[in-house]
Design a protein around this ligand. Structure first.
Ligand SMILES: [Zn+2]
Ligand SMILES: [Zn+2]
Ligand SMILES: [Zn+2]
Length: 234
């Protein structure tokens, strides 16, 4: 059937490659403020990618911090000192829950601002696969930043299986309770904000290597990852 728009209809989106869909523009580092990423010969401002990745990482950090506070609240209370700690943790939990709902909204907003074709479609199709968290780039990133993927605890996988479909989960952030146990201490508030700032500056570096890895993981579907067993829906 001919289109109501006559011959001027847009061509269908070409099939995406199995990874490797994005490239920095030539001389990426040379032109300040004009950093751009190419996908299918179309240039996009890198900030639309950075915003999504940072919003996701921030949400993950808050969710994991919240989980670790909940774990502390499960501890038995004996002394008045314990009681005052519980009060402090309950307040912390309340603030975190508020921050999480704000951040969920923020991530949704950033994803909504992506151009529908092809970026939003690519972003959504990556997330259709529950195994997307196994993308080698983000597993490596978790391990290199001292997360659980670099140890044998298997915590990232456990976290994924127990929080199916929830957003803002998967790999370790500074808020991971298993990582804190491994370090033997909770991170300070300064450490928490410091890590987020450091990741953001890595993404915004004039060297696009880290940003490209993260964009591939967040936007390029890897067909072979679908072979990982899909956990049963509860
Ligand atoms: Zn661990
Ligand atoms: Zn991990
Ligand atoms: Zn961890």
């Amino acid at each position: 059937m001919p289109s109501i728009f006559g011959k001027k209809t847009k061509p269908p989106v070409p099939t995406m490659l199995d990874g490797g869909n994005f490239k920095p523009v030539k001389d990426y580092a040379k032109y300040y403020n004009k950093y751009a990423i190419k996908c299918q010969e179309v240039k996009y401002d890198r900030s639309i990618f950075v915003d999504v990745i940072v919003a996701d990482m921030t949400l993950r950090g808050l969710v994991q911090h919240c989980e670790s506070v909940k774990k502390k609240l499960e501890l038995p209370v004996f002394t008045p000192e314990d009681k005052s700690k519980v009060q402090k943790w309950e307040e912390e939990l309340h603030h975190l829950q508020e921050a999480i709902s704000f951040q969920q909204h923020r991530l949704y907003e950033c994803a909504t601002f992506l151009p529908r074709q092809p970026l939003k479609q690519m972003y959504d199709s990556v997330r259709e696969n529950p195994a997307w968290y196994c993308h080698p780039e983000i597993v490596e990133d978790c391990a290199k930043r001292g997360g659980c993927c670099g140890r044998s605890c298997g915590y990232c996988q456990t976290r994924h299986l127990t929080t199916l479909r929830a957003k803002g989960i998967v790999h370790c952030t500074i808020g991971c309770s298993c990582c804190s146990e491994h370090r033997g201490a909770d991170p300070s508030p300064e450490e928490r904000t410091g890590v987020n700032k450091m990741i953001e500056s890595m993404l915004l570096s004039s060297n696009p290597t880290y940003l490209m890895k993260m964009i591939e993981a967040y936007f390029s579907k890897l067909a072979y990852l679908t072979e990982v067993t899909r956990p049963k829906k509860e």
